[in-house]
Each structure stands twice: as C-alpha cells, then as structure tokens.
Design a protein. Structure first.
Length: 392
C-alpha cells in the first residue's frame, strides 16, 4: 500500500477507534454508576429491583431496573452492542495496518526472537483467541462462583500473557498486545456472553416464560470484569508511545502496577457512585497514588556511566548508520515518506536540536531504531548518550 494512503487509513481507523471506544466506555461507566445509584426502596412497578432519579442536560430522568425482566417485552428495546463490536473491529484494523503490515519495524525484534512476519502475525492472532478461551474457561469453572479467586485467576492469566509477549515480540509490540489481549476478552464478553444471555431472556419473555435470573447474573459478572479492566487496557494501548513503560526490563511488574492502579481507581469511582461512606473506600485512592509513585520510581532512568569523550564525528556516524534512514528530509525506509514527528537527524546541528528526544528514545528507552532493524549495539547507545550529556 502507498505510504501516504496507508497513513490515511491508519488515521481514520484510529479516529474511529477513539469515537466508538468512547461510546463503549461511556456506556460501561454509566450503567455501573446507574446500578450503584439505584434506590431499592422505590419499587413502583412489579418486579422492579430499584429506581433512580437523574438530571442531565436540563431534563429529569426516572430510571427503573428490574430484578430479572419485565412481565412483557416493551415495544422499543435499545441494545448497546455496536459500540463494543466496532471498538474491537477498528482496534484490530489498527493492529493490521500498524503492526501486521509493518511487522519487521513494529512487531519483531530479532534480539528477542527471530521471526518471519507471517509467523509473528500467526502468533498474534492465535494468542488472542487462546486468551479468550482461557478466560472463558476460568469463568465457567467453579472459580466463577467466587469473586476474589476468579479475579486473581484472571489477573494471573494477564500476567502470563505479558511474560509470553515480552519473550516473543518487540517491546512496543509486547505491551500493545497485552492491551489487545484484554480488549479481545472484553469485546468477546459482549459478543459471546452478555448479548446472547440477554437475547435468551427476551426469547423466554416472547414465549410467555419467566426469564431465568442466571443469564442476567452471568452477564453482570462479565460486564463488571469489563468495567474494571477498562482503565488498564486504555493505558496498555498507548504504552508504545511511552517507551519507559514498554521497554522496561521487567514488563510484567509494570503491567501488574497498571492493572492494580486502574482497578483501584475504577473501584473508587464505583463506590463513590454507590454513595458509600468515604471511610470505607477512600483508601483505594491513596493506594492507587502510592502505586503510581512506585511506577515512577521503577521507570526512572539510571544515571549514565562515565566514559571517554565522544566526538561529533563519532556521534554522527552512529546516527547516520541507525537513524537517518527514517529521520531525514527524504527517508529511505519503506514505511515513511517523511521524517517521523518531523525529526530530522542529518547534521550535528539537527542532532543537538533533538538531543533530548534521541536520549529518551534511543539511549534510555532503547525504543529506536524501530525493532532495532539496524542492530544498534549497547556500546553505540552508550557513546551516543555520552555525546548528548556533554552538550549540556
């Protein structure tokens, strides 16, 4: 595909992914808040579990939730489905155009595991399917009847996936795949469990039968999982833009912190929406903040070791060998028609101008060159870092 048209496809998919993702996340947050805000003392209609009065946009709303389902099916029933489906479809489309079509640059790192592009793509697709299967089996097992043990098992599954991905893909590809792994679980929860269960209850209503409460209970369980995984998956998806996360030597620990921070934050807001006493849940905000500080500490760069002075010529030789094929006025790398982020490194003055970025991406986080296609060595990174440090 032409590079320019490919960038437009990437942009439009990313835009669509954001739009439908906001819609899906918004409904998840809203319905969790609605559930927690229900007043169970107000039951004006038969079979109603609780009701809530809400105000928004200049209007007042009175919402009722049934314990199982109404006695008869209403004439108009709105289904919240396509937000989730399209979020996954557009996300997988981005995975294709960004990582599958440019696997050597973004997905494969020969220093991690030497793969052909088709092998990397096959592993990616198979792992997403395997992840959903393992998660679904956990939920259907006896653990599914116990909230805390099931949560710990799902947590362990995600960490196992993290360990696998960091041993197969490049740093940026690994954490991105952890996000895709979780996102796939969330989307298939809607497609394969939540909506089918709701349709079974509707079919029972149409047949004049009393709907089985277990279908709603299972759907609520999966919906709650999705709610608590939302914030971690969002950060995983943007992690490739922050190499101090994706390139960390102990990625499993970073993923652990991200999941805990996200889940604690989500729990804080859920309990606040429920109107609980702050003393009962306020600790989660302090715990999440403490874990953020730990994450900052763990990802802080180590001070550069002292070494002999590096000349301008040596620094430019390293940059010319490993950077200029992309970061030039006319890039020679097949994936670019213009320098990424308009960063050009064709002269010593260019290198001085963008020294902080080069230090972050190539020396500290080792995120560049992409997939280390040019085989930049640790010695070269150290020399480049020494040269940059001397410019201050």
């Amino acid at each position: 595909m032409d590079v320019f048209l490919g960038e437009w496809v990437n942009l439009l998919l990313r835009w669509a992914h954001l739009v439908v993702g906001i819609g899906w996340i918004g409904t998840s947050f809203y319905f969790m808040a609605l559930d927690f805000s229900l007043d169970t003392r107000e039951r004006k209609s038969p079979g109603v579990h609780g009701a809530a009065w809400q105000v928004h946009g200049g209007g007042f709303y009175h919402v009722e939730k049934y314990s199982v389902a109404p006695a008869s099916l209403p004439a108009h029933l709105h289904w919240f489905t396509w937000e989730a489906y399209l979020t996954w479809v557009t996300g997988f489309g981005l995975l294709i155009v960004q990582y599958y079509l440019h696997a050597r640059a973004y997905l494969i790192d020969p220093q991690v595991l030497s793969l052909e592009p088709w092998q990397a793509v096959a592993i990616s697709v198979a792992s997403l399917l395997a992840g959903w299967t393992a998660y679904d089996l956990l939920c259907r097992s006896p653990l599914g009847n116990h909230v805390a043990p099931l949560a710990l098992a799902v947590f362990a599954l995600i960490l196992a996936a993290t360990m696998f991905y960091t041993r197969v893909f490049s740093a940026r590809g690994a954490l991105l795949h952890v996000g895709a792994f979780i996102g796939t679980i969330m989307a298939v929860n809607v497609f394969a469990v939540i909506i089918p269960n709701q349709k079974k209850m509707v079919a029972q209503l149409l047949r004049g039968e009393a709907p089985e409460a277990r279908y709603g209970k299972i759907g609520k369980q999966r919906s709650t999982h999705n709610n608590y995984l939302t914030l971690p998956v969002l950060l995983m998806m943007v992690s490739p833009h922050y190499p101090f996360l994706s390139s960390h030597p102990h990625a499993w620990l970073i993923v652990t912190l991200i999941i805990l921070i996200g889940a604690l934050t989500r729990h804080f807001f859920n309990r606040a929406d429920a109107g609980d006493d702050f003393n009962a849940y306020g600790w989660t905000a302090f715990a999440a903040t403490f874990l953020v500080l730990i994450a900052i500490y763990l990802t802080a760069p180590a001070p550069p070791a002292a070494s002999p002075a590096v000349s301008d010529r040596e620094a430019m030789q390293i940059v010319t060998t490993h950077c200029v094929q992309c970061h030039a006025s006319k890039p020679t790398h097949e994936s670019f028609q213009e320098a990424p982020k308009n960063v050009m490194l064709e002269s010593v003055d260019d290198l001085r101008r963008f020294a902080p970025l080069v230090m972050t991406q190539a020396v500290i986080n080792k995120a560049m060159p992409l997939g280390n296609q040019t085989g930049m060595t640790e010695s070269e990174r150290a020399k480049l870092g020494q040269w940059i440090a001397a410019q201050k």
